[in-house]
Structures are given as C-alpha cells and as structure tokens.
Design a protein around this ligand. Structure first.
Ligand code: NAD
Length: 346
C-alpha cells in the first residue's frame, strides 16, 4: 500500500532537566503572564503548588488545588470560577493528567495560556485533547487552545511518585505507544517516537518502580512519558476508546489502561504485523502481548478488571457502546469481541 499521511503538530516549548522547576517564573514571564492561576490536585499536588506559588512570587494570582480525575463537570465549573475570581491571565498546571486536565478545560473556555509541569507519565501535556465527565459519560474533544505553550519536565518532581502510581502511569504511556503503532493516523514521526518511548520504558520502568529515587531511571521514564504524549493524538482505537468508556464508569484511568493492554494487543496484533514487529523489537524480541502481560504481572498494580471495581453486569453496555463506534483499525471490533476481551481481563 502506498504511504500517505498528514503530520500536523502545533508547536510547543519543552524545558527538561533536574531542578527545571526553578525556571517556572522565567517561563511564565516569557509568555507575558502576570497573574497565574496554579492548578493542581489536593494533597501532594497542593504542596507542590505552594512551591510554585513561592517561585512565582507576584506573578502567582491564586492556588486552585481542586483538580479531580476525569474532570467532573462541577470541578470544571469551580476551576473556571477560580480563574475568573483571580482575574488570571495564565495557568500553571502542576501534577499528573488530572491537574493538567482541569487546566485544559479552563483554557478551552478562556484561551488562557498553560505552562504544564507534569509529574506523571500521562502525556496529557503534549496533546490538544481535553476531557470532561458529565455523570457517567466522559466527553473528549480537541482544541489547539488547550495545548500547553510550555512544558517543564523536572525528573526530581517524580521521585516522590509512589511505586504503584509509577507503574500504572508508565503502562498508560506504553498503551499510548502500542496503539499508535497500528493507528490509521500514524506517521514516520509517531512511529519513531513511540519506538523510542517503548525502548526507554522497557529498560527503565521496572527500575523506577523498584527504586523511585533512581534519578537516571526517573529521567528516562519522564522522557518516555513526553514522547508517548507526542504520539497519543493518533492513538484512538480500541485501547483508548475502551479505557475512556471504563473511566466514565468510575474505573481508575492508568490502572485500567494497564489491565486491558495485553488483551487489546493480543486481539489486534495479528492484524497488524508491522506493529507486532515494532513492538517485539521495542520489548526485546518477545511476542508483544505476552511481553506486556509479563510486564503487567511483575508490577505492583491491579491485574484484573474485577480488582478495580468493574461490574460484569456492565459488560453488555460497554460492548454495545464500543461496537457502535465501528472501530476498524487494525481489525473490526464487534460487541462479541468486546465481551470476550472484558471477560478475559476480568
Ligand atoms: P493523576 O493526575 O490523577 O495522578 C495520579 C495520583 O498521583 C494522584 O493521586 C496524584 O495526586 C498523585 N501524584 C501525581 N504526581 C505525584 C508526584 N510527583 N508525587 C506523588 N504523588 C503524585 O493521574 P494521571 O494518570 O497522571 O492522569 C489521569 C487523568 O489524565 C485522567 O483523567 C485521564 O483521562 C487524563 N489524561 C488525559 C490525556 C489527554 O491527552 N487529554 C492524556 C492522558 C491522561
């Protein structure tokens, strides 16, 4: 088949390095932001947010430590109200995909520029994708306004990431890469970035999980997280549609990605021989689905959908919703296929 693709990626400035957080004030100033709203999650996020407030000094308008996973609508509304109340002219999102996700929704509605300081491997900071949850339904969309203008990656901030969050988040990033290999929208750039990210994670994620203070492994995983975010916009097949739907039902995002990944890979890889080869190469010459299952098995995270609260009575609903999306790449997915996959992952 003749090669054909469209590569269309909006620009983004990336600052990477140990202690890079110290540059946050300079990066905010560079964007002309005078009153930043710092957006983060409660707990450890709030403590980090306070550091950012101190570093920004007069350029910090307020700290909003109320981000929640999947951005429930009331959380989005409270975030928007906080941005208006603070008269913010920019956003600094510090934390994982939850903090960045809330900043994105505020930016979608206000066009405020975002500086993102990611502390997990979710990759959200590198995409134009936003998500919001209304009841049990998660709605996503794309808008260039939500892409952070600047990303500051500081591996030191990830040293405190617990082993289980490190493991789940790393598998989430690997899922972005795996699906990008067989996605219709893949380009030579996404293939190269995904291979590179997979290689770094395969070598370093087990090290970072075993010893969270290993700075070299942390740095490598954070680079992997960045690169996996760069390919995520093409990864919108069965893996991501299913994780997204299950997330709407209240299942934890990264853990759910990790659990279904070997099963989705087994389902798809025979229909995507080139992807299978790339996966095997990146994972060290093994069968991709088996290698991912082994990887999952060795990580300190939930192994089965039943462990993360999936209600088997919802299988028909999930199967029907996925079948209605008529996913064809790399092979057609029927409701029966989804039921089988859920049963295997249960
Ligand atoms: P998260 O942001 O909820 O973080 C997971 C947990 O780790 C939280 O409890 C958080 O407080 C904690 N944490 C984060 N950084 C820490 C650190 N350095 N030290 C200690 N604790 C830390 O989870 P996530 O997996 O990063 O993000 C998931 C969310 O991101 C989901 O809503 C998902 O849909 C979204 N997402 C969006 C995109 C996109 O492109 N729009 C991409 C990936 C994920």
């Amino acid at each position: 088949m003749a090669v054909s693709f469209i590569h269309d990626v909006p620009p983004q400035r990336v600052v990477f390095g140990a202690a890079a957080l110290a540059r946050v004030a300079a990066e905010v100033e560079r964007l002309g932001v005078k009153r930043a709203l710092i957006v983060t999650t409660p707990g450890s996020g709030a403590r980090l947010g306070e550091n950012v407030v101190a570093l920004l000094g007069a350029r910090a308008a307020a700290l909003h430590a109320r981000a929640v996973i999947h951005v429930p609508k009331p959380v989005a509304e409270a975030g928007l109200a906080a941005a208006h109340a603070a008269d913010a002219d920019g956003l600094v999102a510090v934390g994982g995909g939850s903090a960045i996700g809330l900043a994105k929704i505020i930016a979608r509605d206000t066009a405020l520029p975002i500086v993102a300081v990611p502390t997990t491997y979710s990759g959200s900071e590198a995409t134009t994708i936003f998500g919001i949850t209304d009841g049990a339904r998660k709605v996503t969309g794309r808008d260039d306004k939500v892409l952070p203008r600047t990303v500051i990656y500081d591996p030191d901030l990830t040293l405190s990431l617990p082993a289980a969050v490190t493991a789940a988040s790393g598998m989430n990033a690997i899922a972005h890469c795996v699906e990008s290999f067989w996605a219709d929208g893949r380009t030579p750039v996404t293939l190269a970035l995904a291979s590179e990210a997979m290689r770094r994670f395969a070598a370093n994620l087990p090290v970072a999980v075993a010893d969270g203070a290993d700075r070299r492994a942390r740095g490598e995983c954070l680079i992997g997280g960045w690169l996996s975010g760069c390919v995520l916009s093409v990864s919108n097949g069965l893996q991501h549609k299913l994780a997204h739907l299950l997330g709407g039902l209240g299942l934890p995002h990264a853990e759910t990605h990790a659990i279904i990944l070997p099963h989705v890979t087994r389902f798809n890889s025979e229909a995507a021989p080139e992807a299978k080869l790339r996966l095997a190469e990146a994972l060290g010459g093994h069968d991709a689905a088996d290698a991912l299952a082994t990887m999952l098995h060795e990580l300190p995270i939930p192994q089965r959908l039943r462990d993360v609260g999936f209600d088997p009575a919802k299988a028909d609903f999930v199967a029907g919703e996925i079948a209605a999306q008529a996913i064809k790449s790399p092979r057609p997915v029927s409701a029966g296929d989804v039921r089988n996959l859920l049963q295997a992952a249960l």
